[in-house]
Ligand binder design. Structure first.
Ligand SMILES: NC(=O)c1ccc[n+]([C@@H]2O[C@H](COP(=O)([O-])OP(=O)(O)OC[C@H]3O[C@@H](n4cnc5c(N)ncnc54)[C@H](OP(=O)(O)O)[C@@H]3O)[C@@H](O)[C@H]2O)c1
Length: 291
């Protein structure tokens, strides 16, 4: 699947964050596309099932924008909220029926005939790989979804699904504050199987920038600031470039709702730090020298 070099995540554009009106959605969508950030990351649940529809209002108003963007969305979480009173507890559902119904709703809400990539949002502990494959085959055959992947899956869970259909994406939490995929085989597997790793919370959900007395965060920001001064850029660009440096070709899924920060993130795709500098940030995060 072709995506922009960084992806605009929309989780905090609606009810769960900035509470954009249609004009603000339109502005950030158009500015992002103009800068070359053409891929937008959704999930059915964002904004308690309202964000896809709010974004879709812009496409309803100006359908020609659709050809200029790629839409990712996710399914598989049943989240109880005012818009889904039938869900009694939070749970996972990767049944054929749920996947198909969820995609139909996303297509309607996003005001589009097709989704570029559909991800299973979280590993369902009772998922049936054959059933997921059957749902994906039908959606592909109908032209409703072009590419398929997963999110937050362990290497063995990816391997299971990849034995039934080509897993093209694993969207995972990864940042200088969340190193697990660097050590648990997730990023190795991405390179082995040709799975695109997408990193959510690439800036730790913003906690790196909050006022804190957390020693680990202070160590990380101190190194990031030194490198930012050297490369005449900002700390967020340094931290995104740290992810982009990995040979698995990680694509950061940005969480900002500010166009200027999306623009700055593109600078990260141009910055190449020294190997030793990469390890300075690793050491700041782990608090110790590598062995
Ligand atoms: N697959 C999954 O399970 C999953 C889970 C969570 C998220 N996601 C996806 O990943 C996307 C990103 O997640 P995230 O929001 O946690 O990402 P993030 O980029 O790590 O954090 C975004 C937060 O950091 C703040 N921020 C960014 N740059 C900043 C800077 N230079 N200075 C100060 N604050 C800064 C943003 O505020 P401003 O808006 O003010 O810039 C925003 O509140 C989501 O939108 C969603 O699409 C996926």
């Amino acid at each position: 699947m072709n995506t922009s070099k960084v992806i605009a995540g929309v989780m905090k554009w609606g009810l769960w964050g900035s509470k954009f009106d249609t004009a603000s959605y339109e502005q950030i969508i158009k500015e992002s596309i103009h800068m070359g950030v053409t891929t937008f990351d959704h999930a059915d649940i964002y904004g308690d099932y309202t964000t896809e529809e709010e974004f879709g209002h812009v496409l309803r108003k100006e359908p020609s924008l659709r050809q200029q963007m790629q839409l990712i969305t996710k399914c598989g979480i049943r989240r109880p909220c005012v818009n889904r009173p039938q869900f009694k507890i939070k749970s996972y559902d990767t049944s054929f029926k749920h996947i198909i119904e969820s995609v139909e709703t996303s297509l309607e809400n996003l005001s589009t005939d097709y989704i570029d990539a559909l991800l299973i949002h979280r590993p369902d502990f009772i998922m049936n790989a054959d059933e997921i494959a059957e749902a994906f085959a039908q959606l592909k055959q109908q032209g409703k979804v072009l590419h398929f992947g997963v999110s937050n899956f362990t290497p063995s869970q990816v391997a299971l699904l990849n034995s039934r259909f080509k897993v093209e994406i694993n969207q995972i939490q990864a940042s200088v504050t969340y190193l697990q995929p660097f050590t648990d085989g997730t990023l190795d597997q991405c390179q082995e199987l040709g799975v695109i790793p997408m990193a959510w919370s690439p800036l730790g959900g913003g906690n790196i920038f909050a006022a804190t007395d957390d020693e680990r965060i202070l160590r990380i920001t101190a190194v990031a600031e030194i490198l930012a001064a050297k490369y005449q850029t900002s700390a967020d660009v340094v931290l995104l470039s740290w992810l982009l440096q990995h040979p698995s070709k990680i694509i950061p899924v940005l969480g900002t709702s500010k166009p200027a920060r999306i623009k700055a993130a593109l600078d990260a795709t141009e910055l190449k730090m020294e190997r030793e500098e990469w390890y300075m940030l690793w050491r700041a995060s782990t608090g110790k020298e590598v062995a």
